[in-house]
Design a protein around this ligand. Sequence first.
Ligand SMILES: [Zn+2]
Length: 746
Amino acid sequence: MFWGDKLLQNRSGREFVNDGWTPSGIVHMGGLKGPVIHDVLAKVLKEKNKEVTNNLSFDDFDPIDGLPQTLAESYKDYMGIPICMVPSPDGKGTFGDFYGRKMREMIAALGIDVTIYLASENYKKGLYNDGIKTMLDNVKKVRKVYEEMYKKSLKDDWYPLQVICPQCNKLGTTKVINWDGKEVEFVCLPNLVTWAKGCGTTGKMSPFNGNAKLPWKPEWSIKWSTFQVTIEWSGKDHMSKGGSFEIAANILKAVFDQEAPMAQAYEFFLWNGKKMSSSKGLGLTGEELLKVLSPQIARFLMIKTEPNKAVEFNPVGTDIIPKLYDDYQKTADAYFNNGDEDLARVFELSQIGEVQRPSEIRFSVLAQWVQMPNMEGAIKKEGLEEWAKYARVWVEKYAPESVKFLVQQELPEEAKNLSDKQKELLKKVAEKIEQEQDPEIFQTHIYEIGKELGFTGKETFAAIYKVLIGKDHGPKAAWLILSLEKEFIKERFEGVANMKQEAGNKNQDSERKINVLNDSKIFSIATEVREKYPSISVGVAVIKGVTIKETNPDLEKEKQQLLDSLRGLTTEQLGQYPEILAYRKLYKSMGIDWHSRRPSPEALLRRVALQKGLYTVNTCVDAYNLIVMKHRISMGAFNLDTISFPTEVRFAKENEELLLLGDTELTKYTAKELGYFDTKGGFSLDINYRDAQRTAVTLDTKNIYLNVDGFYSVTAKQVQTSLQESCDMIMKYCGGKLETFGIEIA
Ligand SMILES: [Zn+2]
């Protein structure tokens, strides 16, 4: 049985469902769980009984006790003042309205049927007057609850109430010290809390009609008592033993002789095992979630698992979102085809208004469609316009690199080394294209052409992907081909097929031209590295007698020209360069998250894309960085005189350490990480992420040692070109003479 039905199966009669939220900051996605759960509970109850109320309190009478970082400075004087008395950052209404509006929009989008009330208005309307009076009259009982729960005694001047200071408007700084049955005596204390400073005013005033507020645990019990709340669940942080719920329940019992509402804790969403938190930047905000999930699927995510179980949700670089859509489609299937009852019920309660049958096209396929040109027709035909919007967001923000692709306007590098047979395949596919309409049938035709040539399916389609998207995997080939102009396909496929002779020669030429180093006294590639990365090639050069300066006006001009040529570059585009993808893949294989440690070409270009400009280090480093950015090939330059030869690229030993340039503490390698090492130890971390302090190129450096890194699709030829151009560039601005130059290949 669905958890909601099971938990509520014995209930009948009037129900009042309540929930609360403080509108003082951006809501992370976990903040939507409470409203969705309460909505589902109310819906289940409404099926049994008409008399069901579902209310949500925006607790805008709470004092501001913390601020979003963007407002920390400009709003600091408002600390301690109730949210409803502070202006909105956008000038419209109050501070609480600002965040409340966003929450209202999300609640509406999620189809949540709830009445929202403002705590401040209930206080002002006098709704809690009776409760406040009873609470103050029975202050001894309240003190006793606290004393028992916290195991400490409270003084006679302790009251569960705070007034708004008539002098400074602060509530967080005031303390009520006496109650005469009509008025309270208060003080506004400079040091009651650390986050706000009171003004020192003392006085007497009525505690009613919005002059004063209860701390939130007694306030909770007053809400329960006033509305006769029957159900209110909370996040598990409030529901622990001795936690706020228990205190509020005990106050309710002691002062009002009433029982607490039915409650259960709901668990958090986790981000890599940690609780999501918007202030720590862990996890998605509610708004971000609703940009990538349809509201039905967002509801589905909140209710498909029993609420008391934590749900891990990190969609970055994972398939967690496509899977969620798949699971949703399965529950739809259960609903429409009389399948599993629980699944059908979850689907039903995920709906907003009328039940909508989702498309049967998988989200992962749709994510491919949105990356293909000319697919609007198919998307429309399947009624997938809305989901396509979410798929685009997913591809752009969250999808793993392996599922992203771009049809390349120029022939990709990967297409230049196809075998004669692969070319024949392309030619035959191109010949058929005119007659093909139906992708299913076309896909079979392509497969058969490949089979006749002796290819497996994978080999067949890899040839097509290489020629169109520069990868060896991709979306279903027939769909991809049919999404493109037929003329384009014919030209591309026939063009590659006819490259036969010419390309063959070029290849041999380029291989012959590689200047192989083969000098293990200078540098070698460790055997384990050759085995794991058979594609590896490393460029090595020595330049002696350089003169390095801080800057050079001509070099600055070249830097500016490069910046101009990169104008309009976006971080999304970076993820489409094969070189950058190659280094990301390398990092992944070393167990490094490339979001946190960026390979050097990406790091430099990312700065440009984010308009942070170029570094100025010195004329040597600045010079070769230009080549790094031009070719997107990573390299490092080191002070030759600090290196103790021979050097090698190898896996680090577990816990081997190095002092990185700019650091004061040692950094440990893991055994999966690669670095450049000499006889003294490592001088680079993760190939090119960062370099050691001891080998750094400074203004005093006279002799330079250079390494260029080739992995996967970054070929020895590219390594050689980059090495040559960097040496030229360094000698142009620092002088010196090239002494050693070569490429080590696996
Ligand atoms: Zn004051």
